[in-house]
Design a protein around this ligand. Structure first.
Ligand code: NAD
Length: 353
């Protein structure tokens, strides 16, 4: 078992330290190798994804990532910015399928900004395509047009095969759950997503048990707030998935709770919390490490096919919440406020228990 650990920037190193305690608990310290990514890598090597980091990630069975980014890099040319390192590693590892579960833990129902009856028992899986769409399409850039005015260009582009392979991931995921899949597009306006809808419908013929529905993205954004429990598995492209999965995360109380898995065709994966590097709280021992710890759990489930460790870690997280421990982002009256470090320790103690 080879695990590449890339802590990254901001709160990345603090939350990663807590996930490493869990790996230590399972006696897997020898499986880990560290490398920098994002701003931390730029500072050392002038590159947000240095050759050595990419090599380590390519050779590993799985990658565990903290987060990248900091406002201090915002003025750098785009190719040197931390986020570019992240986009490149996803592309180099061909991690086209991003799985983002949004699960409401019963203890956190009151941390949600929505009414309890709307979010109690919420359990959605968002399947987001991760290596195509407007984030990667060419041409792109900021150029001068014929009037001498600056013009920004990005290109929304999907090939049939790219849509087909993410469709299969989504249908297989639906088969393992309630056999309902909602595909999100903007087929009324964008040809790219008109093709998306056509291909999704074609692939659905191979999964007759799955009930496929389609929804425009603007309606989906509204329905997620109005009645999120109507969804089970949602599948969508890169940019719509980016936005909708952050929206779904807030239904569950805090983005600090949400893990993610990004997989290639062979279930090699990169596992990371859905949130960013939170520079506003970095170094203050305030970050919630549970999304990272739950991402590690997903690593055991999806890459190492180890349901037992997945269940053990998820069970320990549930127990910590039942016992009343909360970081600031999920704190409410009557619970026990702890920092990042103590939250990590509390999870390991419950694993030991
Ligand atoms: P963010 O997710 O970092 O933070 C948004 C808000 O959520 C902040 O108030 C932050 O304090 C809070 N938050 C995030 N994670 C938390 C946690 N674990 N515990 C408690 N609170 C948490 O998003 P942002 O502020 O828009 O971006 C900050 C930086 O992160 C930017 O440089 C951005 O590009 C980068 N970013 C990176 C990733 C990634 O690495 N996958 C994703 C999104 C943003």
């Amino acid at each position: 078992m080879k695990i590449a650990v890339l802590p990254g920037d901001g709160i990345g190193p603090e939350i990663m330290k807590q996930a490493i305690k869990v790996l230590d608990f399972f006696g897997l310290n020898d499986a880990i190798s560290y490398s920098p990514i994002g701003g931390a890598a730029y500072d050392l090597f002038n590159d947000p994804l240095p050759e050595a980091t990419l090599k380590l990630a390519l050779e590993a069975d799985a990658v565990l990532l903290g987060a990248v980014g900091d406002w201090k890099y915002d003025k750098l040319p785009r190719e040197f910015r931390p986020e570019r390192g992240l986009l490149r590693i996803r592309q180099e590892l061909n991690l086209f399928a991003n799985l983002r579960p949004a699960i409401m833990f019963p203890e956190l129902v009151h941390s949600s900004s929505l009414k309890p009856e709307i979010v109690t028992n919420l359990d959605i899986m968002i399947v987001r395509e991760l290596t195509g769409d407007i984030y990667f399409g060419q041409p792109r850039g900021i150029n001068k047009n014929e009037k001498g005015e600056r013009e920004g260009i990005n290109t929304m582009r999907y090939s049939e095969s790219e849509i087909r392979r993410i469709a299969h991931v989504a249908f297989l995921s639906a088969m393992k759950r309630s056999k309902r899949l909602c595909s999100i597009d903007k087929a009324n306006v964008l040809e790219t997503t008109e093709l998306w809808r056509e291909v999704m419908t074609e692939v659905s013929n191979e999964y007759p048990e799955v009930q496929l529905s389609h929804m425009y993205v603007d309606n989906a954004a509204m329905q997620l707030i109005r009645n999120p429990k109507q969804f089970d598995v949602m599948v969508t492209g890169n940019i719509f998935g980016d936005i909708l999965s952050d929206e779904a995360s807030m239904l569950t109380g805090s983005i600090g709770m949400l893990p993610s898995a990004s997989l290639d065709e062979n279930s090699k994966g990169m596992y990371e919390p859905s949130h960013g590097s939170a520079p506003d709280i970095a170094g203050k021992d305030q970050a919630n490490p549970l999304a990272t710890i739950l991402s590690l759990a997903m690593m055991f489930k999806y890459t190492f096919d180890d349901q037992k460790k997945f269940d053990a870690i998820e069970g320990a997280v549930k127990k910590v919440l039942q016992d009343g421990f909360r970081t600031a982002d999920i704190y409410s009256n009557g619970t026990i406020l702890v920092g990042c470090e103590k939250m990590g320790n509390a999870v390991v103690e419950r694993l030991e228990g």
